[in-house]
Write a protein that binds this ligand. Structure first.
Ligand SMILES: [Zn+2]
Ligand SMILES: [Zn+2]
Length: 428
């Protein structure tokens, strides 16, 4: 627990009043709100209950609220005089996992997904922390509106886990129907980071992601007479192996690049050569050139491998890049990120800021809010979610065992956001 007093002693804060106010809000409101969100997760694009709570809370706080933006998205606006427009985003969705955290408030929810299948649902990425913190931020920014000047836009975004919610909100007029932000902020709680700490890079924070579906068409036959058919399992296996040469042999080794085949489905039984295998890929890159090289390379490798193994020209595999599960890399605006870091360091203590190296190629559709063509400057950061003593052994995000420590995660997230927003919208 980060009690108001403990944190004050721990950091030598210059803004004790803010931290105490957030801690009190957690005890009075935010703790129960988090508990409710955690018990009642919803799948991507189906965050109806969650969005309803977000809209009701933000309306009650005095914000001008619009629902149904890009699906279940919620937009709340507070106009507070002249100055820049700052947007703060929280994502709302859970994941199709059966929670095994052992927590008292573990989810037992099941929901029928957009594919018609009933699935267990769990907040296994910590988005419940984000939406709880957005309400806490909304309350503090309203209470302190004499201390800043500008327009604040708070958004609750659907479907981050399937990386289509951010773009859906932009396409539904987020930047035309509402005040267009100069700067967009978001944070993600991190199981890999000790509670109380903040990691705010000056450059890239997450990779691009593209989902690709490949259908390999073979010619079915008896397993004992393979020469009479074309075995799609052998062809697909070769495709999987050859795809690994794209990152390793065709991309500059100093650039991040991943082609992961996460799903491989085919076949009926032991002695039947089937006529189809379906592959599902995720493709990750840190810059647009690498991304394009990987996507084009997949087309080339799939076609070439299939031809080499006897698939006829008219039955070549189909390669489909998802039109919705696609996001560019998320790259912080260096100057704005530096401003926010300075403000957080001054208000919360410089020792709370850490520079953890990236350890993988996670993606985040926050990128859609801050692509270069939008002109919106982005700052995205991580907030610690695991007690320091447990960081080394904490279950990761998207694990059914995932368990974040909500109180210090929410309190730190709210404080960092309020400090950042006030620094970016100074009075006068
Ligand atoms: Zn996630
Ligand atoms: Zn997440």
């Amino acid at each position: 627990m980060l009690t108001a007093g403990a944190v004050q002693a721990q950091t030598g804060s210059t803004d004790v009043e803010l931290r105490q106010a957030i801690a009190r809000d957690y005890d009075a409101n935010l703790g129960a709100l988090f508990d409710d969100f955690h018990r009642n997760p919803e799948l991507s694009g189906m965050e109806v209950r969650t969005a309803g709570i977000m809209a009701a809370q933000l309306t009650a706080l005095g914000y001008d609220v619009t629902t149904g933006v890009g699906g279940t998205g919620v937009v709340a606006v507070l106009r507070n005089g002249a100055g820049p427009t700052v947007m703060i985003r929280a994502d709302m969705d859970g994941l199709p996992l059966a929670e095994q955290s052992g927590l008292a408030n573990a989810s037992t929810v099941r929901q029928t997904d957009s594919d018609g299948a009933e699935k267990p649902v769990m907040h296994a990425c910590g988005h419940d922390v984000h939406i709880t913190a957005l309400i806490g931020t909304a309350r503090q920014m309203m209470a302190r509106r004499q201390d800043w000047s500008g327009t604040l836009v708070l958004i609750a975004q659907p479907a981050e886990e399937r990386i289509f919610g951010a773009r859906a909100m932009v396409q539904d007029g987020l930047y035309t129907r509402f005040p267009k932000p100069d700067i967009a902020l978001a944070f993600h709680v991190s199981a890999d980071l000790a509670t109380g700490l903040i990691d705010l890079p000056l450059g890239i924070t997450s990779s691009s992601s593209d989902s690709v579906d490949i259908a390999v068409h073979g010619v079915g036959t008896h397993g004992a007479y393979p020469h009479l058919g074309v075995d799609p399992i052998v062809v697909a296996s070769a495709i999987v192996m050859n795809l690994q040469t794209l990152p390793s042999r065709s991309i500059n080794p100093l650039e991040g690049a991943i082609v992961t085949v996460g799903s491989f489905h085919g076949g009926i039984k032991h002695n039947i050569i089937s006529d189809r295998v379906d592959l599902q890929l995720t493709v990750r890159a840190d810059n647009p050139e690498t991304r394009l090289a990987l996507l084009d390379g997949i087309d080339r490798v799939v076609r070439g491998t299939a031809l080499a193994l006897g698939v006829s020209e008219d039955r070549l595999p189909t390669v489909l890049r998802s039109p919705t599960e696609t996001t560019p890399p998320t790259i912080n605006d260096a100057a704005t990120a530096a401003r926010v870091r300075t403000a957080i360091g001054a208000a919360m203590g410089a020792e709370r800021l850490v520079d953890n190296p990236r350890t993988g190629m996670g993606a985040e559709d926050f990128a859609w809010f801050v692509t270069p063509d939008t002109g919106v400057k982005g700052v995205y950061f991580s907030v610690g979610g695991t007690p320091a003593a447990d960081v080394a052994t904490a279950p990761g995000h998207h694990s059914p065992l995932f368990r974040i420590d909500p109180q210090p995660s929410v309190v730190t997230g709210v404080e960092a956001m309020v400090v950042a927003a006030q620094a970016l919208m100074p009075k006068g």
